[in-house]
Design a protein around this ligand. Structure first.
Ligand code: SAM
Ligand code: MG
Length: 297
């Protein structure tokens, strides 16, 4: 088996998922992570909330903070209309390379930049990701992830006893007719959406986006990187004038592990209209939820 969890997920995808079929790759990642090893993908339950928001917003420009293996990237990309652009930011080179391969298996065209160094060991230059995501921050993340992972596994049984069945998280938004949703999904499945996977720290990359992509504003931002970066990066998006009136921010894990400063901000700022969607943490019966916040300008 592979050397890292993302590599093992990739191998499982390559061995079991239908090439060129994003839904098959998504299911493969979900079954691996539900049955073999937990991983920090948004997962199938919250993934349905993400899907519904993407279909509702019909975004032209989408930003994702935190790619990991590309699971949520695939979920978003497969639902985008032709001509839409999805930019996803990942500070970890190894994760980004795995994500590129998983997206490739799903038949999604992605561009990884900067491309990985060709001579990784003998060269002293070119290894540092754009924006200086450092080895120590990577280690810190892995440690944090391992701690969350371990804690959740220890808590899994007792928490299952207490976790309650959450109500339909989408009950507050207008229900879409099955027909309309199915029709749009089919149209979109046949389209090719270009994914740009940028390797680097969000704080360094966000200020470069307007020029780099000759773009104006994002229609949808999926926030799912380090929880303590949710608020500073949201303020950075505001400062860089990347949010329009009507832009939707969707933040994952606002209950578990939680992003209290971010929640306090979007729920109390007059510049946002914010709504909580209760759900469960990926692959576990632990309460979690997503916060959908509409920027009002
Ligand atoms: N969105 C993914 C999904 O649902 O499939 C999961 C993303 S995972 C929870 C968070 C990822 O964010 C990690 O891969 C981590 O390396 C990356 N990350 C954390 N802080 C970051 C930052 N400031 N800039 C870019 N990437 C970051
Ligand atoms: Mg998440």
């Amino acid at each position: 088996s592979g050397k890292s969890r993302p590599m093992r997920i990739l191998q499982y995808v390559q061995n079991t998922a239908v090439q060129g079929d994003a839904n098959s790759v998504i299911s493969a990642v979900d079954s691996y992570c539900a049955n073999v090893e937990w991983a920090m993908n948004v997962g199938d339950k919250k993934g349905e909330i993400l899907d519904a928001v993407v279909l509702d917003v019909r975004p032209r420009w989408v930003l994702e903070l935190g790619t990991y293996c590309g699971y949520s990237t695939m979920r978003i990309a497969r639902l985008l209309p032709p001509g839409a652009r999805l930019i996803t930011l990942e500070m970890n080179h190894h994760y980004a390379q795995v994500a590129k391969q998983i997206l490739g298996h799903a038949g999604l065209d992605s561009q990884l930049s900067p491309s990985p160094p060709s001579v990784p060991h003998s060269s002293t230059q070119g290894e540092q990701p754009v924006g200086g995501a450092t080895h120590s921050s990577h280690s810190r993340w892995c440690l944090q992830e391992a701690l969350i992972y371990t804690t959740l596994h220890c808590l899994q049984l007792p928490l299952q006893l207490f976790s309650r069945t959450s109500q339909n998280p989408l009950a507050t938004s207008a229900p879409k007719s099955q027909e309309e949703t199915a029709e749009r999904q089919t149209t979109m499945r046949n389209s090719t959406c270009k994914v740009d996977l940028l390797v680097g720290a969000s704080s360094a990359l966000i200020p470069q986006l307007k020029k780099k992509f000759d773009m104006d504003k994002f229609d949808l931002v999926f926030i799912d990187h380090w929880k303590t970066s949710y608020l500073p990066d949201t303020k950075l998006l505001e400062e860089c004038d990347l949010l329009a009136s009507g832009t939707v921010l969707l933040a994952d894990n606002v209950t578990c592990p939680g992003a209290p400063e971010y929640l306090h901000y979007v729920r109390n700022s007059p510049r946002y209209k914010s709504l909580y969607f209760p759900s469960q943490l990926e692959y576990l019966r632990v309460e979690d939820g997503m916060e959908k916040s509409v920027f009002l300008g």
